[in-house]
Design a protein around this ligand. Structure first.
Ligand SMILES: CC(=O)SCCNC(=O)CCNC(=O)[C@H](O)C(C)(C)COP(=O)(O)OP(=O)(O)OC[C@H]1O[C@@H](n2cnc3c(N)ncnc32)[C@H](O)[C@@H]1OP(=O)(O)O
Length: 225
């Protein structure tokens, strides 16, 4: 299968190793706007993202290997592709239950566990050794960082970032675009567009689409799920 990887930073290095290790996957290009022009390294084209259109062929799959949820979403919205054109991939060491579902464009990194009946949306990252327990639902464009644990029946809105080694107790909801600090313990629902840290968590910031503002009252209204 022809694969085009978008993004050539830290997260992409891990995704690239996953894809290069697959026998039937052939990486034709790694696109990133840090490249001003196209060139080849060992037969793989490195070029700006604008090269995508001319490199697409029938059956080519695209993976956006960028850790930042907002940037991933911006790129998906700019590209003229359907969800089915995006690759979903799980590292061979990951455990994905047969009853779990993984959306188009999502990557499941080494040693992650997606347990029974869990649902991972589209364009999300379940990072190294993260655990998404049974019946949990992960929204599109989310990122569950290394070693984080979502216990059973946890749900997240779109664009949620769960920091490394954070723990979410069963049944809690993380509102869209919320950010959970590394090592935090979530024992209550987290409002949308908020940043929560600590064990148990406290809210330290609220924002709209990552744009900080001091109008707290207005934000709290808008932040309702
Ligand atoms: C493979 C990979 O690398 S995947 C990437 C994984 N990335 C992560 O896990 C990063 C998660 N990010 C964090 O934990 C960050 O600290 C954030 C996003 C929660 C907060 O970042 P910032 O907004 O810059 O907060 P800032 O550093 O200014 O701290 C604000 C307050 O929160 C506290 N705080 C920040 N992070 C945490 C945390 N994880 N746990 C507890 N308290 C925290 C600070 O001590 C500070 O407290 P104070 O106001 O009482 O002094």
């Amino acid at each position: 299968m022809r694969i085009i990887i978008i993004g050539d930073g830290g997260h992409s290095k891990v995704v690239q190793e996953m894809i290069f290790a697959k026998e039937n996957y052939h990486v034709v290009a790694i696109l990133d706007d840090k490249y001003e022009r196209g060139f080849q390294i060992e037969g793989v084209i490195h070029a700006p993202v604008s090269y995508l259109i001319k490199l697409l062929r029938k059956g080519t799959k695209v993976v956006i290997a960028i850790g930042d949820n907002k940037v991933r979403k911006e790129i998906v919205e700019q590209l003229p592709l359907l969800p089915k054109h995006y690759l979903s991939i799980a590292h061979p060491s990951a455990i994905v239950s047969k009853s779990a579902t993984i959306g188009f464009g999502s990557v499941i990194m080494p040693h992650a566990i997606i347990n029974a009946n869990a649902e991972v949306g589209m364009y999300s990252i379940i990072n190294t050794s993260a655990i998404v327990e049974h019946d949990s639902t992960i929204g599109d464009y989310s990122h569950v960082s290394p070693n984080a644990t979502l216990a059973g029946n946890v749900s997240t809105g779109e664009g949620v970032h769960v920091g490394s080694s954070a723990t979410i107790i069963p049944g809690k909801h993380l509102g869209k675009w919320s950010i959970i600090g590394a090592g935090s313990t979530v024992i209550e629902h987290i409002p949308a567009y908020s940043k929560a840290v600590g064990s148990p968590t406290r809210i330290i910031d609220r924002f709209v689409n990552n744009d900080k503002t001091k109008k707290e009252g207005e934000l709290i209204d808008r932040a309702k799920n």
